[in-house]
Design a protein around this ligand. Structure first.
Ligand code: FYN
Ligand code: ADP
Length: 573
């Protein structure tokens, strides 16, 4: 705020943006400074908004998205114009795809020059480019409209189905000054940004009727259920009805993975056999084979009936008919179902739960045998066994997970015990979220983070180890180093360059962490990995463990090899 003897006090665009964010309880911004937002980042810090600076905008955007998922408040990412904006855009689009609330605020160049395409510094029509990749996109041209711009962005990000929002702030806006009192009055404190949406009573009854008649009911929990923070109600519904449940990867831990009703270890069986499926915050997209086909029992698929709890009314029928859509927020919908269960609800038939238990026990024993092996060179199982045990002993730790085999094996081996403790590649199967998600997890929760990273996946955000060190975050990165994408054993038949999937052999990723003052370990055995992990958690220091994995371990693309175009898969095998 500025003033002199002859003028009324003034407030500029910089401070209006900061005040508007603070007024709405936003205390942290993730970004990367540069023209025209460097001063904004400095002034944010001076005014008590934490500015967490990254080495690449995509990681800053990923951090904002993860913060949004974990806190239900929009995570804010701040970028410079054109190239910085584009670097942040992948994270914005990914947040939208995953239904994570985030706002990408980007500085932009002079409108008069950009719109006439006269070749400005970092010229780009950012608003037009962002619009199809997010829920809403806004631009503010006048300082007096900053309050409205921020308020609309917050509401758009968190209300209804959460997602990404773009807010364009041209450079000239920051230096505009307006009367300070009028400026303060122009700011909006958003009231009830994500209003509860109660389901219609007849929709609740329809769902209950269907559930009551089920002989082989199943509940599928998605990351929407984790986001909703309705943990107690969801657990009560599952336990009261006795219905087996299947958590999607980021819903793991909503109930402990060791829960008797978890059907994770018999996924194929329950999907193929269930007759009524209650989806809670999970979409019938590729991860659930679109609700049809072989995964869902082939010929039997058409007789299955779905109940779908979702905040978005247009999600129902997106792939197969939904017999009982239950539209509303998950907390309200699950509570309404609970109210409707009454005193005498019959729990899921023993024939069904018994059949599941039998198969589950077999699969768990098979897995236990695999995990007990100690091959000469570590493989995914022997290394993940160690991480599984460490997570069990430290259930408050947050697991970040990306890669192909590293992702797929970790998902089934590393049990989660508490809600919202697992962050991963999500709906797109995106690579590069690792360090951004890890930073946000550490900052928003203050808890230790274990980032289980494929060596390829780590490469996308690896430079952020400097960020981990700069902020001295309790993040332990474990790089599953098998010398390549998928594995390190491919051979280039021509013998000149290395094969496309190969990396430098026996690389020492731990040295990257040491370069910035963090702690590095090289672990070639489960005992070394265990010792390194224990040390990392005890110290709370940024640590990178280079876990040496058999380069022939793993398969092409982990569990999703079938997604390759057919002829390529045939050539491969
Ligand atoms: C699971 N399983 C277990 C356990 N947990 N067995 C024993 N013990 C435990 N704890 C069994 C489970 O029943 C399955 O066997 C099998 O292990 C695999 O389980 P998963 O991983 O849950 O199931 P599946 O079929 O792989 O799931 C499909 C999927 C998943 C699409 C949801 O693959 C996925 O989330 N993929 C994301 C991939 C991705 O995004 N990759 C990034 C890009 S990589 P059966 O019941 O016998 O089937 C680019 O190349
Ligand atoms: P997963 O990949 O784990 O199966 P998805 O991302 O496909 O999960 O599904 C999440 C779903 O949850 C989305 O359809 C979204 O609209 C819904 N959702 C998110 N938050 C809420 C909420 N608070 N109440 C109801 N539905 C929600």
């Amino acid at each position: 705020m500025t003033s002199d003897a002859n003028t009324t006090p003034q407030i500029d665009g910089f401070h209006l943006v900061i005040e508007a964010l603070k007024l709405n309880g936003i205390d942290t911004v993730y970004g990367l400074p540069g023209i025209p937002i460097t001063d904004l980042s400095r002034k944010m810090q001076a005014e008590g908004v934490r500015f967490v600076a990254f080495r690449h905008e995509q990681s800053a955007g990923n951090a904002a998205a993860a913060a949004g998922f974990l806190t239900q408040k929009p995570g804010i990412c701040l970028t410079v114009s054109a190239p910085g904006f584009l670097n942040g855009l992948t994270a914005l689009a990914n947040a939208t795809t995953n239904c994570f609330p985030m706002i990408l605020i980007s500085g932009s160049s002079e409108r008069e020059i950009v719109d006439l395409q006269q070749g400005d510094y970092e010229e780009m029509d950012q608003l037009a480019i962002a619009r199809p990749l997010c829920k809403a996109a806004f631009r503010v041209l006048h300082a007096a409209d900053i309050g409205v711009g921020i308020a609309r962005s917050i509401r758009s990000a968190v209300s209804g189905r959460p997602g990404g929002v773009y807010l364009d702030l041209p450079a000239k806006l920051f230096s505009q000054s307006i009367d300070a009192a009028a400026g303060q009055r122009s700011l909006i404190k958003v009231v009830d940004a994500a209003p509860k949406q109660l389901p219609a009573p007849e929709a609740v009854q329809r769902a209950l009727d269907l559930l009551k008649g089920a002989r082989r009911p199943l509940i599928v929990l998605g990351k929407g259920a984790a986001y909703a923070q309705a943990d107690d109600a969801i657990r009560t519904l599952i336990e009261k009805t006795g219905i087996p449940y299947l958590p999607m990867s980021m819903a793991k831990g909503l109930l402990p993975d060791t829960h008797g009703q978890s059907a994770s270890a018999t996924r194929s069986f329950v999907l193929a056999e269930a007759d009524v499926v209650l989806l809670i915050g999970a979409r019938l997209n590729w991860l659930l084979s679109h609700g049809k086909g072989k995964t869902w029992g082939g010929a039997n698929a058409s007789s299955r009936q779905f109940i779908q709890i979702d905040i978005s009314p247009t999600e129902a029928d997106s792939n197969v008919p939904i017999a009982a859509p239950l539209i509303g927020d998950i907390g309200s919908c699950v509570s309404a179902l609970l109210d409707g269960l009454g005193e005498h609800w019959a729990t899921a038939p023993a024939e069904w739960t018994g059949a599941i238990a039998e198969r589950k026990d077999k699969n768990l024993s098979k897995m236990a045998e695999l995990l007990a092996k100690n091959p000469q060179v570590m493989n995914f199982h022997s290394a993940l066994r160690v991480i599984r045990d460490v997570v069990k002993a430290n259930p408050e730790a947050i697991v970040v997970n990306e890669g192909a085999n590293t992702l797929d094996f970790a998902r089934s081996i590393v049990d989660m015990y508490r809600p919202r403790k697992r962050l991963d590649v999500g709906t797109w199967g995106i690579m590069g979220i690792g360090m951004g998600f890890a930073v946000a997890a550490a900052i928003t929760t203050g808890k230790p983070v274990i980032a289980i990273e494929g060596d390829s996946a780590f490469g996308f955000s690896g430079m952020e180890v400097e960020t981990l060190c700069r902020y001295d975050l309790p993040v332990c990165v474990v790089v599953f180093n098998n010398n390549g994408v998928y594995k390190g054993t491919d051979v280039n038949p021509r013998g000149d360059d290395m094969a496309p999937t190969q990396f430098v052999k026996s690389a020492r990723y731990d040295k990257m962490m040491e370069a910035f003052g963090g702690v590095g370990f090289n672990a070639a055995t489960p005992a070394e990995l265990d010792a390194a992990l224990q040390a990392a958690l005890a110290s709370g220091r940024p640590t990178l463990i280079n876990a040496v994995i058999d380069e022939s371990a793993g398969t092409e693309s982990g569990r999703i090899t079938s997604l390759y175009p057919q002829h390529a898969a045939a050539r491969k095998h």
